[in-house]
Design a protein around this ligand. Structure first.
Ligand code: NAP
Length: 268
């Protein structure tokens, strides 16, 4: 595993209470790095238990922060809670899905998704980057999705938001080269977390979707290993899917993803 201590300061991990975020938190904490863990208010107990476990296991300071990252003042509140702790490693990971026909999705849910996946990581990164640049040490990880690399009907908002993150991360990788700040964007395919359950996808569909899924541990390790090396990475099955979509017409790629979604998922 890459040595992450050279990024100095604290690690801030959003969506750290489960899945890929929890895997990031465990791997970063194992290197003796102090962590700030953020998740939604509903999981306060789980987040606190994880923070206490990591602090005891690795002798680090670990601050659990319950914060709704969809709230308009999420960034201000997060920055206030961080206080003067220098953040050297930012993991923009929190997220959820809102699959189904776009015209039937609740506008409030669409807005929350836009905030959690785009607005909050954009502004949080903007707020924390100057400190990293001044110290000439830092790293930012963006978690996109295969669905961001391939336009996906019935996942229109999620697909568009993840495409935003995919471009943002890669543009910043270029902009920050030579600054001492490493940026990597990962676009996982299906990953074994409770993501699809939270999205409201039934058990039978989930089992089908997760048949070839990667483990959250692998996804986090792949991203951390490639910090400072590649602008964008993906587990093999996601990479193959994105490559395949590149070599066919857009029309065909969209039809293909539409058929796959129809075949695999029955949205509630
Ligand atoms: N699983 C997949 O197949 C897959 C594939 C590609 C990309 N991704 C991306 O990977 C990232 C992590 O997802 P996951 O699969 O690990 O799902 P997960 O297990 O459901 O974890 C999602 C995390 O995000 C947090 N979160 C959600 N909404 C939030 C909000 N409004 N404010 C603060 N925290 C919030 C959750 O907090 P609570 O526990 O408090 O709700 C949880 O910690 C997401 O960005 C997702 O889009 C997942």
């Amino acid at each position: 595993m890459k040595n992450l201590t050279r990024y100095n300061g604290w690690a801030l991990i959003t969506g750290a209470s489960s899945g890929i975020g929890e895997a990031f938190a465990r791997q970063i904490a194992a290197q003796g790095i102090d962590c700030i863990l953020i998740a939604l208010e509903s999981d306060a107990t789980k987040l606190e238990a994880l923070a206490a476990e990591l602090a005891a296991q690795h002798g680090i300071a670990c601050l659990p922060l319950t914060q709704d990252l969809a709230a308009p003042d999420a960034v201000e509140k997060t920055l206030a809670a961080i206080g003067d702790r220098p953040v050297g490693l930012l993991i923009n990971n929190a997220g959820f899905g809102v699959g189904g026909a776009f015209a039937t999705r609740p506008p409030s849910k669409i807005e929350q998704l836009l905030h959690v996946h785009c607005r909050t990581p954009l502004l949080l990164t903007r707020a924390l980057l100057p400190g990293m640049i001044a110290r000439r040490a830092g790293a930012v990880v963006f978690v996109s999705s295969l669905i961001g690399a391939t336009p996906t009907p019935f996942e229109a908002t999620y697909s568009a938001c993840k495409a935003f993150i995919l471009n943002l991360g890669q543009a910043l990788w270029g902009e920050l080269r030579g600054s001492g700040v490493d940026v990597v964007t990962i676009y996982p395919g299906a990953t074994r977390t409770r993501f699809f359950e939270v999205e409201g996808i039934g058990e039978k569909d989930r089992r089908r979707l997760l048949r070839l899924a990667a483990s959250p541990d692998y996804v986090a390790r792949l991203a951390l290993r490639n910090l400072g090396r590649k602008p964008v990475v993906a587990p093999p099955q996601a990479w193959a899917g994105a490559m395949l979509a590149r070599f066919v017409t857009r029309r065909f790629a969209i039809r293909m993803t539409q058929c796959l979604v129809r075949l695999l998922v029955h949205y509630r």
